[in-house]
Design a protein around this ligand. Structure first.
Ligand code: SF4
Length: 229
């Protein structure tokens, strides 16, 4: 895997655990609101951190950290991800994987081989509107397949959507919830407008708490639990 960042300790990235966060570099999507452009745009790429350095660090933290979160970028584009995660599991860590769901075969392989304990997948938009939100063309059949693989896997999971005002309308959030019907956990996340891949996008605001609560209520009709984060 090509690693572009490492957060050595986090209390918020793995539910209820102290984790290290490994940021892989490279992503096929170009979400306008992306707050990690240095992990996405080749001309802005963060300097690579060798895998072996990251593995050494993790080895030195055994007993002090509970978990490792692999995020990006898009981790599943790296063909050696299964080996990398197996090395981390071998140290006794819980592993959480973040993905945009564009690579169902890799997700199937990882979930089937026991190297992931928790998976979080972004469902970015209603399927008919995907390309506009992710800033490029995506075959949404791949996204649908990943949703199915995750929901059938028996592994702990969450789906989540970044909701930016002016990009997703309230009823579209309900449409996304319908596409993950019966999901155990669905999170709606406000849009953070500090750094964005598309600089113009930073001017867009976020919905108010009341608007989020309305959206949550409608989305909750389709899933087991829906929360605003
Ligand atoms: S927000 Fe979009 S562009 Fe940024 S890393 Fe995630 S999937 Fe890639």
């Amino acid at each position: 895997v090509i690693i572009g960042g490492l957060r050595k300790a986090s209390l918020i990235d793995y539910p209820g655990k102290i984790s290290a966060v490994v940021f892989t570099r490279g992503c096929p999507l170009r979400c306008h609101y992306c707050h990690n452009p240095d992990l996405v745009l080749p001309e802005r790429f963060a300097k690579q951190i060798p895998d072996r350095e990251v593995l050494e660090f993790l080895r030195s933290r055994v007993g002090k950290l509970d978990a490792v979160v692999i995020t990006g970028g898009e981790p599943t584009i790296h063909r050696d991800l299964p080996d990398f995660l197996a090395a981390i599991k071998g140290m006794g860590y819980l592993v959480k994987l973040d993905t945009s769901g564009v690579n169902p075969e890799m997700v199937r392989k990882l979930l089937g081989s026991g190297v992931v304990d928790y998976i979080a997948m972004d469902v970015k938009a209603p399927f008919a509107r995907y390309d506009g939100v992710v800033g490029t063309h995506v075959n949404t059949d791949l996204v649908r397949r990943t949703i199915e693989v995750i929901m059938k896997s028996g592994i702990d999971y969450e789906f989540r959507t970044t909701v930016a005002k002016g990009q997703l309308a309230e009823d579209e959030v309900a449409a996304i919830a319908k596409s993950i019907k019966g999901a155990r956990r669905y999170f709606l996340q406000g849009f953070r407008n500090e750094v964005t891949l598309d600089p113009e996008f930073a001017v867009r605001g976020t919905y108010s708490d009341t608007e989020f609560e309305n959206m949550r209520g409608k989305a909750a009709e389709h899933v087991i639990k829906c929360e605003v984060r």
